[in-house]
Design a protein around this ligand. Structure first.
Ligand SMILES: [Zn+2]
Length: 411
C-alpha cells in the first residue's frame, strides 16, 4: 500500500516546487540525498511497533521519489515531526484530508473469533493436486509440474526452478505470512462472494507470498522488473504494469470493463481517480518483505476512498466500510485474476493485486460450504515441455511427476 504516500507525495512536491517558496540554499542536499536520509531514518526506526491512537489514520513513514518529486508520508506524530526535521529545507508535511471514516463515529469493535475458528469454518483443500491445478490455470506453461526433491519432498517447478510445496512447519497466520511456502499461499481461500459483509480475524488470503516465486515470475530486482513494465491506460491514467504472466493485459481488460461500467454508473469513476500507484520497488510498511507493488502487479485506486489497517485498527473495519466499494468494480477485477485487499482482515481497500492462481483456486474450491471438485485425471505417462531457460534443471520425467498436468501440449 503506497497510495497515501504517493498522493501526499504529489501534494508536497507541489509545495516544494511552488514559485512563492524561497529557493533552497545552494548547500541544500540533493533530492537523492534527502531521499537517502529519510530512508535511513525510517529503516532505522521500528515503525512496526508504533502504537496507533484511536482515530489516527496516518500511514507509517515512507519515502520515495515520484516523477513529481520527493515526499514523505508521516506516520504517528513523532515520525511526522522527524520527517519535518529531515525535510527542513522547505518541504513540510500536511495533514491528510478528512475521510468519511474519520467524520463518522467509529463502529464498535466486535470481539474477534480465534484464528483457528476461521480455518475450521473454511477448510481449504490446499493439497498438492489442487494447488498444482490452480498454478497451471494461473500461469500456464510456466508451471512445469510437481515432483520430489532429493529429500523426497514435493516441489513445484517453474521455469526450471523448484519451490518447496510444504516445509512441514505448523504455523500461525502471522508465521505463514512471514515464512511462506507454496502451500501457505492457498491455505486461506480468497472469497469470490460480494459484497464483503464481515471478515474474520487474521483472514488474509493472498497476503502470504513466496517472494522468490514472484521474483522469478516478474523480475528479481528493480531493474529487471522495470524492463518488464509496459504502459496501460487505466481509465484515463497511464500506469506502468508488468507484461509478464498476462498481468498488464489483464489490467487492460479491467480498464476496458471499468470504462463501460462508468458509462452506465458514473459514481464508480471517483474510485479510478487519484490513483495511489502501481509499480514501486519497496518493502511492505513495517516489514522486510517486498510488496507486490515491487513487481508491478498491484494497483492502488483512489487513496481518498481507502482504508488501510495500519491507519486504524483492523477491528474497526470488521463489519463496515468495505461495502462502500462498488461490487461491480471488485467483480471486474476478480474476473481478470485480481484479488482485492478489502477482503483481508488486515484490510487495504485501495489495493488490487494480480493473483490469477488464487482466483483459479477459489473458483475450483467453489462456495465455502461445498466440497472441492473431483481430482482431474489426465494421462500421466507423457512428459511436460522442456524448461525455457538453458540453465534450468533437466525436464521432468513422466515418472517424476507427482501431479499430472491438464491442458498441456505434450510432445
Ligand atoms: Zn497497494
Amino acid at each position: 500500500m503506497n497510495a497515501r504516500f504517493a498522493c501526499t507525495l504529489v501534494a508536497w512536491a507541489g509545495l516544494a516546487l511552488a514559485a512563492e517558496k524561497p529557493a533552497p540554499p545552494p548547500a541544500s542536499p540533493t533530492l537523492e540525498e534527502r531521499v537517502a536520509d529519510l530512508e535511513r531514518y525510517f529503516q532505522s526506526s521500528d515503525i512496526s511497533n508504533v502504537p496507533v491512537r484511536s482515530g489516527e489514520r496516518w500511514a507509517p513513514g515512507r519515502v520515495g521519489v515520484s516523477p513529481a518529486g520527493l515526499g514523505v508520508s508521516p506516520g504517528p506524530a513523532h515520525l511526522a515531526r522527524a520527517a519535518r526535521i529531515v525535510l527542513q529545507d522547505g518541504v513540510t508535511a500536511e495533514a491528510p484530508p478528512k475521510s468519511e471514516a474519520e467524520k463518522a463515529p467509529p463502529a464498535p469493535a466486535e470481539p474477534a473469533p480465534p484464528a483457528s475458528k476461521t480455518e475450521a469454518a473454511k477448510p481449504a483443500d490446499a493439497s498438492l493436486a489442487a494447488v498444482s491445478s490452480a498454478l497451471e490455470k494461473g500461469y500456464g506453461k510456466l508451471f512445469e509440474g510437481a515432483q520430489k526433491d532429493e529429500k523426497g519432498r514435493p516441489v513445484l517447478r517453474f521455469a526450471g526452478h523448484d519451490f518447496l510445496f510444504d516445509d512441514g512447519k505448523a504455523k500461525t497466520p502471522e508465521q505463514r505470512i512471514d515464512d511462506t511456502d507454496m502451500e501457505d499461499m492457498f491455505v486461506q481461500v480468497y472469497p469470490l462472494v460480494n459484497p464483503t459483509e464481515k471478515v474474520e480475524k487474521d483472514f488474509d488470503p493472498g497476503r502470504a507470498r513466496v517472494e522468490e516465486f514472484f521474483k522469478l515470475l516478474y523480475g528479481g530486482t528493480e531493474a529487471e522488473v522495470s524492463k518488464n513494465l509496459v504502459s496501460v491506460d487505466f481509465c484515463g491514467t497511464k500506469v506502468r504494469f508488468n507484461a509478464k504472466c498476462g498481468a498488464a493485459a489483464a489490467l487492460g481488460e479491467v480498464a476496458r470493463e471499468l470504462d463501460a461500467l462508468i458509462e452506465k454508473n458514473p459514481g464508480v469513476k471517483i474510485y479510478t481517480r487519484e490513483l495511489g500507484g502501481t509499480f514501486q520497488w519497496r518493502m511492505i510498511a513495517g516489514t522486510k518483505r517486498l510488496s507486490n507493488h515491487s513487481f508491478g502487479t498491484a494497483i492502488d485506486l483512489n487513496v481518498k476512498k481507502s482504508a488501510y489497517w495500519r491507519w486504524a485498527p483492523a477491528a474497526t473495519l470488521a463489519t463496515f466500510s468495505r461495502k462502500d466499494w462498488p461490487t461491480e468494480l471488485i467483480e471486474i477485477f476478480e474476473r481478470h485474476g485480481f484479488i482485492w485487499g478489502g477482503k483481508w482482515w488486515h484490510y487495504d481497500t485501495m489495493h488490487f493485486e494480480y493473483r490469477p492462481e488464487l482466483i483459479a483456486f477459489s473458483k475450483a474450491a467453489g462456495p465455502a460450504e461445498s466440497a472441492p471438485p473431483p481430482a482431474e485425471k489426465p494421462p500421466a505417462e507423457k512428459a511436460p515441455p522442456p524448461p525455457k531457460e538453458p540453465s534450468a534443471k533437466p525436464p521432468l520425467k513422466g515418472a517424476d511427476l507427482l501431479v499430472p498436468l491438464k491442458g498441456k501440449k505434450h510432445k
